[in-house]
Design a protein around this ligand. Structure first.
Ligand code: RNT
Ligand code: ZN
Length: 420
């Protein structure tokens, strides 16, 4: 795209938005400051580096075998840097415990420490990237019968409790080293394939296990904890102890954050409407923005009505500082760097669209019970020249506008990915 055409289109768009009282320059500035936490696991199909060629399971499934996936931490870092250079704004990187780099000595998950993440910390520091973290309760022999923190065996529970604690400590080490608070997210795959006889026991054990994990207070300047509910998983269709109600109650009563994953509810149930409810009772929440197609399939995030609704809730509700936006999807059937870029750019596009809506006029119409105007304005807003503002935001941030980023990914594929 020619810079000159982008600038000309932007000048007209700015005028049009100004007629509606919308300041496009301010929106672009605000957008750049919203941090998105980008999941590391899109780069290698949730593989991690503990064992070579590990297979996923435990309710998670990645489909596709597009060539060129990252096989080492260095490759993953390089791939992410490529993606970062193609999206405007501030980004964090969200690691999982299974991305530990073991070096000469293999360490079990209940004994992990920041030592296995020293390369990640050094990299993040050098590039001024904040890190987030996740316990890894999958791809491990101690996920026994699909159970971790709810397991009836105390020894297995203890192992996973230790893992939970170690990961909070690693999160705190990230926060301390980088000077940016780490958000550590806990999700477990535990569940039952068929109708359980005891729904109570596993939930009580889960609450106890979580209490043991969160018992030690960690300075919230370094690490903040969040818990992620789910409706069901593959092989756990009938019962999930860590359901939405379970974790909502847990988060509110224990003062941890709640992570709303867009794929973790019934197929027609979105997470947008949950944001303002949860934020009545929680100071902050986290999001795993994803796209389920018929089930929690974790497709690449596209600019859907669901995504727009999420962004509108965050922006229109005035929650930008209280919602930690993270992405969570994994597609191995297309170029993985492109998958990152598409989802990242779409999340930003949705936020910008929300900022460029005539919010004040919409809210005024609503208060005056002029629902006719509310609907009319909402619909007219859909054809405002948003694309010109987005392109200009990219130009200003010195990242490719329009589809120009794709050529860079293709070049990277030819030069780097195809040679792996
Ligand atoms: C699984 C959860 C969880 C994972 C990541 C890899 O359904 O969404 O967040 O996707 O931890
Ligand atoms: Zn998730």
């Amino acid at each position: 795209m020619k810079a000159q055409s982008v600038e000309r289109a932007y000048a007209l768009a700015r005028e049009r938005y100004a007629e509606l009282g919308i300041d496009t320059a301010q929106a672009i500035r605000r957008l750049a400051r919203i941090p998105l936490s980008i999941h590391c696991w899109q780069g290698d199909d949730v593989g991690g580096f503990e064992t070579a060629g590990g297979t996923l399971g435990d309710g998670l499934a990645v489909t596709g075998n597009y060539p060129g996936k990252a096989r080492t931490a260095d490759q993953l870092r390089a791939d992410f840097e490529k993606a970062l250079a193609l999206v405007p704004g501030t980004h964090r990187f969200n690691l999982h415990a299974c991305y530990a780099e073991m070096g000469a000595r293999r360490v079990e998950r209940d004994a992990l420490s920041a030592a296995q993440f020293k390369n990640w910390i050094a990299w993040a520091k050098a590039r001024k990237i904040a890190l987030d973290f996740n316990q890894t309760y999958f791809s491990h022999p101690k996920v026994d019968g699909g159970m971790t923190l709810t397991h009836p065996d105390k020894g297995i529970r203890r192992f996973w409790i230790e893992h939970g604690i170690r990961c909070r400590e690693i999160g705190a080490a990230f926060g301390k080293a980088l000077g940016k608070t780490c958000l550590t997210n806990l999700w477990i795959p535990d569940g039952m394939k068929d109708t359980p006889a005891d729904r109570r026991g596993p939930r009580q054990r889960l609450a106890e296990s979580l209490d043991a994990i969160f018992a030690r207070k960690i300075n919230p300047v370094y690490n903040v904890d969040t818990v992620e509910p789910k409706l069901f998983g593959i092989g756990a269709e009938s019962y999930t102890p860590g359901s939405h109600e379970f974790y909502l109650g847990y988060a509110v009563s224990r003062k941890v954050l709640l992570t709303l994953d867009a794929g973790h509810y019934h197929p027609t149930e979105g997470i947008a409407d949950k944001i303002s409810s949860a934020l009545c009772f929680l100071p902050e929440i986290a999001l795993h923005v994803s796209r389920g197609v018929r089930w929690d399939s974790d497709h690449v995030v596209t600019l859907t009505d669901d995504l727009e609704a999420i962004a509108q809730e965050i922006v229109w509700g005035g929650y930008v500082d209280r919602v930690h936006i993270g992405l969570d999807y994994f597609d191995a059937s297309i170029n993985r760097v492109a998958a990152w870029v598409i989802g990242m750019r779409n999340m930003r596009r949705a936020l910008l669209l929300a900022m460029l809506a005539p919010i004040a006029a919409l809210k005024r119409a609503e208060l005056e019970r002029d629902y006719t105007s509310r609907l009319a304005l909402m619909e007219e807003a859909k054809s405002l020249p948003f694309g010109a503002v987005w392109d200009y935001a990219c130009l200003q941030a010195d990242v490719p506008a329009g589809e120009a980023w794709l050529a860079e990914v293709k070049r990277y594929e030819a030069d780097v990915l195809s040679k792996r």
